[in-house]
Design a protein. Sequence first.
Length: 192
Amino acid sequence: MLRRPALALLALFSSVTASLATGEIESLITDADRERLAAFDRAKQQALGEAEGADSQSALAALRKAANAEALPFADFDLTGNWQCRTLKAGGLAKLVVYGWFDCRVTDDGSGWRLEKLTGSQRTVGRFFTESDTRLTYLGAFFVAGDAAPEYGAGVDSDQVGYAVRTGPDNWQIEFPLPRYESVFDILEFRR
């Protein structure tokens, strides 16, 4: 027969184990963003198909390279620091748009990596959660320069979700399925 202290310890261990099994992201991610991640492959294929009709061969080459990049392990890769970043928007209003390079920064606030896009009119701020050794999930918030950055979960107009993959020794990207505005699939590329 278990004594009360042993039962209390068992109950505490069970609750800790349950929270580790679901992870912090499970308590944060919205239902809408779960649906977007579930549609990831379909959205990517649709966007790539629509982008094939783009006029710019250099933009199309950049999209193909990013979309087909091999996902490398994040082990021994430090995201922290200053990065150049650019957005590729595929499908939707325009078949394909490749923006110029802007400034981004990744910091480690003690609970994980945090991204801030620092320049350009369209901004994002958010955090990463480990999905696997080759993929992270990004939960972020979209906002326009000059406006205050909302918190993730503030609403469908600002919430962002995507998968981050490492693509080279000093390169990585976040792939966003079904972003709220303008396109079907976005890729935010990063380089040192």
